[in-house]
Design a protein around this ligand. Structure first.
Ligand code: BES
Ligand code: MN
Ligand code: ZN
Length: 537
């Protein structure tokens, strides 16, 4: 995969040589081609002629392929319908078209982007859709690679050069969109690749090495801690999950600092890195257990963000990445239901279910995050099956103790088409986690499982502005298209690049800023602060 950006006008498109010229078409283009200012161009006249002849309606994803097209130097011409041209439609159409083009053996393709309203957005969406489509998993399936692939071939994608043709490639906004999309594409690719690798090819040690590799970049510092150092830190909860496995745990810290970000407080990202989740002694059923290799997708998204940062090198960002990573295995040495462990925060935890392990490794990382005096802490985790029941595979679950941060993340999700949905954190949900033998239990009953998981994490995130993204339903696809999605790298990069400077400072006490909860309580308690929690139910 090799990308290139060029100024290609309609008339230049005629003489542009390539194996395939793809032209995006909206339904409006097919109905009223005469509205266009450049009706006279040979290309648009030709396009409207074939659209009529072939009754091409430009519905999203519809394609019309012509061999040896008249007037045009490219060997083939493809009309690709994008419906009304909404961002979601453009993404879907380009993705499906390039997935089918992928195996046809074309060496170079030109995609003409003529969107007048926002060529930047259309370009960005198209680049991301093309990289998504051309991604190829081959690490443990070398036969998936095309036979004739040259030595220069990138390891994780099909060997195709794609030229994106825009009306003005020199425009600063277009350049910016192009570079951002390339960087984001690389980050998403890295997250997908590591999500997809089987657990015996993606151990905590491997993830540590991925981070160390990123640490070669001048703006990124990386430190990878092993069992001894983690023990010294007092991360008793994290250690208890790792103790049933013969793979040693790793605690990865990464820090990106842009040239102009000397004294700014960082945004800390914490990614769940369970490289395989058997459930431990509370063993999971066998069916579909292979998918628990994806239980490190939170960690992979943090690595993906750092990859994007290393490519883009934004000047004014300060970002920290923390990854607790280990396996959750059943063994003679494994933790047992009822065991009580002491977290780094000093709080004791009764482990009623060893399958609720994600929160046990995250809580110690959340405590560790305090030392950075963060502007905000965002954890990303394939945390609960209950979140999949609540939101399906479309939106990630969002929980936050701060409205401003929650809104910034919601906005970033919409803008990047990597959406999330805010879930509640009323204090009463924490009642389910009461324990007779420790400060807190690691599970409640079955009801509101994604919320009680978030309530558990919140106990360790009280000292700063915090959000939690439950990506259990969005990090990978099941079935025939089984594979990692790379989400939510898009959401996180959008947030970091556009919203981090406006996000709240660490000096706002998280609890007071949580007006959503205050409002909820006021309604239930009829505005009387003297009513107790239980009587307001
Ligand atoms: N990694 C799983 C969550 C998960 C399950 C993600 C299925 C995607 C699909 C997590 O560690 C887990 O096992 N959670 C339990 C929690 C329960 C024991 C309270 C779950 O969701 O069943
Ligand atoms: Mn589990
Ligand atoms: Zn898990």
């Amino acid at each position: 995969m090799n990308f290139d950006l060029k100024t290609i006008s309609q008339s230049a498109a005629l003489s542009h040589k390539s194996d395939l010229l793809v032209v995006l078409q909206k339904t409006a283009d097919t109905k009223a081609p005469s509205n266009k200012s450049n009706t006279t161009s040979v290309l648009s006249q030709y396009l409207s002629k074939i659209q009529k002849e072939e009754s091409f309606d430009a519905k999203p994803g519809k394609t019309l392929l012509l061999l040896k097209p008249e007037h045009i130097q490219a060997k083939r011409l493809m009309l690709l319908g994008t419906g009304e041209g909404k961002p979601g439609e453009v993404r879907k159409s380009v993705l499906s078209a390039f997935k089918s083009i992928k195996s046809l053996g074309y060496k170079n393709i030109t995609l003409l982007i003529e969107e007048a309203n926002s060529p930047e957005q259309c370009l960005k969406l198209s680049i991301l859709a093309v990289s998504d489509a051309l991604y190829l998993y081959s690490k443990t399936k070398p036969s998936a690679k095309p036979a004739k692939s040259g030595k220069s071939q990138a390891p994780n994608s099909v060997d195709i050069s794609v030229t994106f043709g825009v009306p003005d490639a020199k425009a600063a906004t277009v350049q910016k969109a192009y570079l951002e999309a390339l960087a984001l594409g690389e980050g998403i690719e890295l997250a997908k690749e590591w999500g997809n690798r089987p657990a015996n090819h993606a151990t905590p040690t491997h993830l540590g090495n991925v981070a160390l590799n990123l640490g070669k970049h001048p703006n990124i510092k990386v430190n990878v801690l092993g069992p001894k150092e983690v023990e010294k830190l007092g991360m008793g909860s994290f250690i208890s999950v790792a103790q049933g496995s013969s793979e040693p745990l790793r605690f990865i810290t990464m820090e990106y600092r842009g040239a102009r970000a000397k004294s700014t407080a960082p945004v800390v990202l914490v990614g769940k890195g369970i490289t395989f989740d058997t459930g431990g002694i509370s063993l999971k059923p066998g069916a579909g257990m292979d998918e628990m290799k994806f239980d490190m997708c939170g960690a992979a998204s943090v690595l993906g963000v750092f990859k994007s940062l290393s490519v883009l090198r934004p000047d004014d960002l300060h970002v920290v990445g923390l990854i607790p990573t280990c396996e959750n295995m059943p063994d003679g040495t494994a933790i047992k239901p009822g065991d009580v462990v002491t977290s780094m925060s000093g709080q004791t935890i009764e482990i009623l279910n060893t399958d609720a392990e994600g929160r046990l490794i995250l809580c110690d990382a959340l405590t560790y995050a305090k030392r950075y005096k963060p502007k905000a802490v965002i954890d990303i985790a394939t945390l609960t099956g209950a979140c999949v029941i609540a939101l399906g595979h479309l939106r990630s679950g969002l929980f936050s103790n701060n409205d401003e941060l929650a809104h910034a993340l919601e906005k970033a999700g919409e803008a990047s088409l990597d959406t999330c949905w805010r879930m509640p954190l009323d204090d009463e949900y924490a009642d389910a986690l009461k324990s007779n033998f420790a400060d807190v239990a690691n599970v409640g009953d079955r009801s509101a499982g994604s919320v009680t998981a978030a309530k558990f994490l919140q106990r360790f995130a009280n000292d700063y502005v915090w959000a939690h993204l439950d990506i259990a339903g969005t990090a990978w696809n099941s079935g025939a298209a089984k594979g990692s999605t790379g989400r939510p790298v898009g959401l996180l990069m959008e947030y970091l690049l556009n919203h981090s400077n406006k996000s709240p400072s660490a000096s706002i006490p998280a609890k007071k800023a949580d007006s959503a909860q205050v409002v909820a309580k006021t309604i239930r308690g009829s505005g009387s602060k003297s009513r107790s929690k239980s009587s307001s139910k």
